[in-house]
Ligand binder design. Sequence first.
Ligand SMILES: [Zn+2]
Length: 98
Amino acid sequence: MSSRKPSAKAKRVQQFKSQLGNMDDVFAAEQRRGKRVSAKKEAVRREKACESKNRYSTQWEAQEAIATCEAYGTTGLKTYRCPYCNGWHLTSHPWDEG
Ligand SMILES: [Zn+2]
């Protein structure tokens, strides 16, 4: 049986080791992907909470904008201080605050 030759066994051991190596690579890739996802989540949150919105340099300006919106029929807006740009934005979702 050719499979009983030492060289064949050594080949299997080498194959097994290379499989372990591949698993390490997979694990490392998963870790890298995890980091990328959280960075992307953060970018999406920033986009939603800051970059996609009008920015007001003072709360007073933001309140003025709310008054204008209410004049056009949009109610329920609130102001919040933006942690990203340090300006003020409007939100209709209370959970955006902070
Ligand atoms: Zn902002």
